[in-house]
Design a protein around this ligand. Structure first.
Ligand SMILES: C[S@@+](CC[C@H](N)C(=O)[O-])C[C@H]1O[C@@H](n2cnc3c(N)ncnc32)[C@H](O)[C@@H]1O
Ligand code: SF4
Length: 460
């Protein structure tokens, strides 16, 4: 079916369009299209809005002085939609929960038509945002270090990055540039009298670095006062060695992520993730034996041809290890049309069930602490991080919820500054994604980043 959104007002277009895409993921939505099967149009009055959808009409009072919200509510009603996140289309659901001081779930249900289960998760994650922000003092920031290399590309991965094979000779040069940038940025951190609240080395796959390369990076950081929270992505078990893990522990790394994504060997092969289930268990056991405070494991719901029972097998397997953190992602498929062609409504239902199982099993033992959505995720469902023992990874909250400033180092990093008083992002700086261009341009981009920090640090 082709649905045409008749829209003259620019400022409502984006919100209504995305809600329609979420309500009708297997149909085509066009704006002001000619040859459609059905049209959706609207009229905005003084105290109410009216939405027309084919033959159907729905009038909705304007609530909270918010015309777009009221229009979205009317679209939701007139189309007979039932979405777990109601009319919410944004990537940070907790930010909406933070708008309410009391009766959060009730308000989310009544105003945004969110289901009570999602409302509860949103409320809990919003509480963590408040808690970590209250713990932070002025001038605390986080440092993100990006390693944009992987040993091979996993088929589902939508991150732009470089692969190890043609790039292996590049890594030494990249590391050199990264260390130069790191020195410069850390010097400015000192000059601005900033302190590090957390450090995160992510990717890509930071553990593609050899032990020697990894040691150089860790040594550089160790020359600076390091925070208690220090995370490294050791996602791909095929790049993890016991020695690399020991090295990280020696240099104060507190959290490592070892990510199976699935515990089904067949799926790992299908998605081109070149490690085995045994490789994951081996790497996990090393990390446990070496004594990391926190081990995280990432899973993805909806991978390859996985059924509900494939997913429950993975989640149960992870639960039996009892890691401190578990992060469950909903598969995000940029080529949504491929799903359409396969008529994969069934898959969307399965993934919904997978997430329900996740909450059923994890909620008695873990606490959800951050949540975010991606536009292309199956059924627009969420990614959610769970923690044990009240020990969150603050960096994930800072970054995903835009709760505190992050300075990024390396190709493709985005530095984002958050105002300490109103807790809002106020400045952003992006670095080129291409490792070669990053290396080539560093002599220009580093002073620019330092000036960016200097000019803005009084607001952090
Ligand atoms: C930035 S990636 C880096 C992690 C690491 N490279 C790895 O693969 O283990 C963080 C996580 O995002 C998730 N992810 C990546 N691509 C995804 C996709 N297309 N849909 C859903 N989750 C995805 C995976 O769970 C992955 O572990
Ligand atoms: S290892 Fe991680 S970042 Fe690299 S391709 Fe696979 S999912 Fe993407």
């Amino acid at each position: 079916m082709v649905i045409s959104l008749k829209n003259e007002v620019e400022r409502y277009r984006y919100g209504i369009y995305h809600l329609l895409k979420m309500i009708f993921p297997y149909d085509v939505v066009v704006v002001n299209g000619e040859n459609s099967d059905v049209e959706l149009s609207y009229a905005v009055g003084k105290s109410s809005v009216t939405v027309f959808f084919g033959e159907k009409v729905h009038e909705e009072p304007i609530i909270r002085d918010d015309v777009l919200l009221s229009l979205k509510r009317a679209v939701y009603r007139v189309t007979g939609a039932t979405l777990p996140f109601g009319v919410l289309t944004g990537v940070r659901p907790s930010q909406t929960a933070l708008k309410f001081d009391t009766d959060v779930v009730k308000n989310l249900e009544e105003v945004y038509l969110v289901s009570s289960q999602k409302g509860e998760i949103m409320e809990r994650c919003a509480k963590r945002v408040r808690a970590v922000q209250n713990r932070l003092s002025k001038k605390q920031i986080s440092l993100y270090i990006h390693i944009p290399f992987c040993p091979s590309r996993c088929k589902y991965c939508s991150f732009t990055l470089a692969y190890l094979k043609p790039y292996s000779q590049l890594i030494d040069g990249y590391l050199e540039a990264l260390l130069t940038e790191l020195s410069g940025v850390l010097q400015t951190v000192s000059e601005c009298d900033l302190q590090l609240a957390s450090v995160y080395i992510g990717g890509g796959t930071p553990t593609v670095l050899t032990e020697q390369q990894l040691r150089r990076l860790l040594e550089k950081l160790a020359a600076f006062p390091m925070p208690k929270e220090f995370s490294v992505e050791a996602g791909r078990a095929d790049t993890v060695t016991e020695e690399k893990l020991r090295l990280m522990k020696e240099y104060g790394v507190s959290r490592v992520s070892i990510n199976p994504q699935t515990l089904n060997q067949k799926t790992l092969e299908l998605i081109g993730r070149r490690h085995s289930v045994e490789d994951f268990y081996r790497a996990y056991d090393w990390a446990k034996k070496i004594g990391f405070d926190t081990i995280n494991t990432d899973l993805i719901a909806g991978l390859g041809e996985e059924t509900y029972s494939d997913f429950t097998h993975s989640l149960d397997g992870i639960l039996s290890l009892s890691p401190e953190h578990i992060t469950v992602h909903t598969l995000c498929n940029k080529r949504t049309s491929a799903l359409v062609e396969q008529g994969d409504v069934h898959k969307a239902e399965e993934v919904g069930k997978m997430l329900r199982y996740t909450y059923e099993k994890l909620m008695p033992l873990y606490e959800p602490y951050y949540i975010y959505r991606q536009k292309e995720a199956i059924s627009s469902l969420e990614n959610v991080g769970f923690m044990k023992n009240n020990q969150e990874c603050m960096y994930n909250i800072f970054m995903m919820e835009e709760a505190s400033s992050v300075i990024a180092v390396g190709a493709g990093g985005t530095s984002k500054l958050i105002d300490f008083t109103d807790k809002k992002p106020f400045a952003k700086l992006r670095t080129d994604k291409q490792p070669e261009r990053y290396m080539r341009d560093l002599a220009l981009t580093l002073p620019k980043k330092q000036a960016f920090m200097m000019e803005n640090c009084h607001r952090i």
